[in-house]
Design a protein around this ligand. Structure first.
Ligand SMILES: [Zn+2]
Length: 249
């Protein structure tokens, strides 16, 4: 690695490259950390939950409707039987006192049964009303959620577009800079960037701008003695240390 040599101009281009890479990393970080992304995940989770709740409520409603239908048919049957018994009583068809008493007591117990069944029907109707309003509330929430999801999606997409435009611009600039950097220097830069996130830093006022460590007099003297085309590395952070007019040498 120590064998890599490059003109001071090429080395300075690495600083532009590092700036552009920092910009691209910042944009990538911003894209992934957009509050709209987290917000959408939350809203969509609620939408899924809501869908399930609506299915459960609809199922309960149709079960209840079936149950109510059954109870109503029972009421009709009991009522028909009461009518039949009463018709017999009214027509004077039953003469025997014993039979008469039996029939009258049957009508009485049928009336009680009818009352109980009607009570059940009422109770089922009430439960159904409760479920219908619950379902309506869920449906209204789903509608609001849909509107909210659309709005957040639009905001997210607008932010994505802006970020992608900036990233596209930075990538274009990067390609231009890369074209001006010799292959071996670029390779070294990329290797360090892969390992450390940042490939090159400027030496400014005796300090490495990458790790902000001030170089010792010995190190600075060594740098002063180095040929301009020698590619230097920061002893501290191992990044390519690029000499600038403000290096303080
Ligand atoms: Zn450093």
């Amino acid at each position: 690695m120590g064998a890599v040599k490059a003109s001071p101009q090429s080395q300075l281009r690495l600083l532009d490259l590092a700036d552009l890479d920092a910009e691209l990393a910042r944009l990538d970080h911003r894209r992934r950390g957009l509050p709209e992304v987290a917000e959408l995940a939350r809203l969509e989770a609620r939408a899924t939950q809501l869908k399930d709740e609506i299915v459960v409520t609809e199922t309960e409603l149709s079960d209840l409707a079936r149950e109510q239908g059954r109870a109503e048919r029972d009421v009709d049957q009991v009522r028909a039987r009461i009518d039949r018994d009463r018709a017999r009583l009214d027509a004077g068809q039953v003469a025997a006192a014993r039979e008469l008493a039996t029939l009258q007591s049957e009508v009485e117990s049928l009336r009680k049964r009818q009352g109980d069944l009607e009570e059940i029907v009422l109770e089922l109707m009430e439960r159904r009303e409760g479920l219908v309003s619950k379902r309506d509330e869920l449906a209204a929430e789903r509608e609001n959620l849909g509107t909210e999801i659309a709005a957040v999606t639009a905001r997210r997409d607008a932010a994505f577009k802006e970020i992608d435009e900036q990233a596209g611009h930075a990538s274009e600039q990067r390609a231009q800079v890369v074209a001006e950097v010799p292959a071996d220097l670029l390779k070294l830069y990329e290797q360090i960037r892969d390992a450390r996130g940042v490939g090159a830093a400027a030496l400014r006022a005796g300090r490495c701008e990458g790790c902000h460590v001030t170089l010792s007099t010995v190190d600075l003297n060594q740098i002063r003695a180095s040929a301009p085309d020698e590619v230097l590395r920061c002893e501290e952070c191992r990044r390519i240390l690029v000499r600038t007019p403000e290096s303080g040498l």
